[in-house]
Design a protein around this ligand. Structure first.
Ligand code: CA
Length: 322
């Protein structure tokens, strides 16, 4: 049994990712920590509890955390996911409530209690950054940190330079990327695009499973599907968090990866939240030390996923909804 800890700004694609982890027979979800992002904190917390209960896993503890980024105001994305983050389907309130322990405190405790766990982040990295501020030693105890975020060497979805999760709280992302975690696996937004979208035939296949979870996964993404068409002109449901979760659950879903120095831009208005990938290892060239020195002499910090096996990603998804 592998132990997962999931940090989420629970909106429609997060909910599907949570289902994948909660339903996986070889994974124990030690906790779900919630951060403000796509939707405000209170709504995101409600959505996380609702989703866990839908999976019959109301016993999994949910912890509410940061209501805004480390130093900035929060910019939500309700236009993409619906006012409630779940496609405005009027889902009832959950039966349970979150624990009293704040999310960052829960992250510290759960990591110490479960050394070697996998941390999966599906939202802005604020909670994780606060946990690392409280206890930097947790970094070494997280065997894998799978981050849905970033736009490595390609266009972003908030600005041409940046993907939402990293853009919202770039200071937090930078702190996490510099924390010394053994492996940060970056699953960028571009991996859910193109054929990785759930197309009409995929949606029909999910509906045909005819389970409550299958219908929920499609229904709660109704607003997101329209927003995806408006944003990128792509027809289908884009599921960045479930793609990242598929890689976390089955590393073989990622078919091309490489490890690099990756830093986050925090100063510029133009490129705020950009995930800057040193593909040519210029940091290791002595001529460049004075120019880009933040990583000089330090190990490469991020494994970037460049390609996924799309049929394998969709199989992983479908099996969770069956
Ligand atoms: Ca998310």
């Amino acid at each position: 049994m592998r132990t997962f800890l999931i940090d989420t700004d629970t909106a429609s694609d997060d909910a599907v990712a949570l289902i994948m982890a909660l339903r996986h027979p070889e994974v124990r979800v030690a906790g779900i920590t919630v951060v403000a992002g796509n939707v405000p904190l209170e709504q995101a917390t409600r959505n996380a509890i609702y989703t866990a209960e839908l999976c019959g896993r109301g016993d999994v503890p949910v912890y509410s955390g940061a209501s805004k980024p480390l130093t900035r105001e929060c910019e939500h994305a309700t236009w993409f996911h619906g006012e409630d983050g779940l496609g405005n389907q009027n889902y009832p309130p959950p039966r349970g409530r979150c624990r009293d322990t704040p999310a960052a405190e829960a992250v510290v405790r759960i990591v110490h209690e479960n050394p070697g766990l996998t941390l999966v982040t599906l939202g802005p990295l604020t909670n994780v950054a606060i946990a690392l501020q409280r206890d930097p030693k947790i970094a070494r105890k997280i065997a894998r940190c799978v981050v849905m975020g970033g736009a490595p060497c390609c266009e972003g979805n908030v600005t041409p330079a940046a993907e939402y999760n990293i853009w919202v709280d770039p200071e937090a992302a930078r702190a996490v990327f510099h924390s010394g975690m053994p492996v940060i696996e970056m699953v960028g937004w571009q991996l859910c695009r193109g054929d990785a979208n759930l197309r009409e035939a995929d949606i029909a296949a999910v509906r045909a499973l005819d389970t409550p979870l299958a219908h929920f996964a499609i229904d709660c993404n109704a607003v997101a599907m329209e927003a995806n068409r408006a944003q990128s002109g792509e027809i289908g449901i884009a599921l960045p968090d479930p793609v990242a979760m598929a890689v976390a659950l089955d590393p073989s879903v990622c078919t091309k990866r490489s490890t690099h120095h990756v830093d986050i831009e925090t100063q510029s208005d133009l490129t705020r939240g950009m995930t800057v990938v040193d593909r040519l290892d210029v940091v290791d060239d002595p001529r460049n030390r004075g120019v880009w020195s933040s990583f000089a002499g330090r190990p490469k910090n991020v494994s970037v996923c460049w390609e996924i096996d799309i049929p394998s990603w969709k199989r992983t998804l479908f099996s969770a909804l069956a």
